[in-house]
Design a protein around this ligand. Sequence first.
Ligand code: ADP
Ligand code: MG
Length: 419
Amino acid sequence: MNQNTFESLGLRRNLCRVLDDMGYLEPTPIQTQAIPALLQAKDLLGVAQTGTGKTAAFALPLLQLLDENNVSPHPRQPRALILAPTRELALQIHGEFSAFGRDLKLRHAVIFGGVGQSPQVRRLLKGVDILVATPGRLLDLAAQEHVDLSLVSALVLDEADRLLDMGFVRDVKRIIAQTPANRQSLLFSATMPKEVADLSRDILKNPVRVDVSPKQVTVQDIEQRVVNVDNSDKQQVLEKLLHDTAVSRAIVFTRTKHGADRVTRKLIKAGIGAEAIHGNKSQNARQRALDNFKTGDAWVLVATDIAARGIDINAVSHVINHELPHEPETYVHRIGRTGRAGSAGVAWSLVDTSEQGRLRAIEKLIKFSPRELEVQLPYREREHHASATRGTRPNDCARNNQASNGSRRPRRRRRRRAA
Ligand code: ADP
Ligand code: MG
């Protein structure tokens, strides 16, 4: 008999029914721990990686509490506030609130920068129960008195480490200062750097602490390989790897926005359906990229860390690191985007000799050394066979050979500029 049900956590029928319809069979560990405490209006400090089910962990109890205490929201005065670091994450959270709250009469809105404010202002004026926001736009609208936070009974900081990373610390503090002191507060973060710990001490009162960072487990389940390759050959290796028939949907991580654009351009030129997503893109362009990726029109998403963080994309078969990140933890976040929901994923890292130090730091964190994956480069062989260290040995990975013959995707050679 299965005791671990959403109902046993104290959630009412009208929410459980929706979860059933959505295929949520049983709560994840963070949901099991957080939901009962939050239903008792406790504060909460949640340490958890992406993909652990945090959104439902806070959205479900907040919806139930707001619904139980059902007063119509006053114009411009939201009753619950969720702060998220990026527009994509805000939209995603808002979408989940709408889905879970399908059968409730609560009103939701999402606001973020980079788009016109008028529709957001109109929405706030009508009154919303739950407001999901990025900090910049929220402060803007508050300064213009389009939103008043004095009736916020519940405050959630999602991905707090990212919020602070992105320089929102002052904004976040100014926002919190506008909310009532007797609110319920929740803070979620994948990592606990000092700034986040300080902030949580400032804003949480006797919080229940939920820690579900299954770092080792997650990491061990992912098949990780390292491809030793010169920077100048990375694009070619990437294209070859992506033509592997086992790659059904991939996220390619680059360190810079510029790099993401460059890689994407070249992939498209090579006939690979790719989209780039990063902070320099307009809101519409980012959403379009994500939609194309989710529907499968583009099967490769090239992303920077901040843009990709927290975005929920299922069924990513491969994560490819075009460069290794400077922070070893970021590597763990990146590869965590594959192999979600029980399926084992694959992570490949393209590593230039200049990145060996970063690789060592990662190996120290994950406590093992990913095996090497050798990739042959047909075009570069002649030019590079003198660099005996890498790249030109017969590869140990049969799938690469298969991929170049029997690829199900049209394969186009990279065009070479005519002399
Ligand atoms: P996080 O915020 O921790 O990154 P999300 O809340 O975005 O995680 O959840 C990750 C994915 O898992 C989403 O697709 C979500 O719909 C799904 N999910 C969350 N909880 C459950 C559950 N109990 N059963 C099935 N799927 C779930
Ligand atoms: Mg999340």
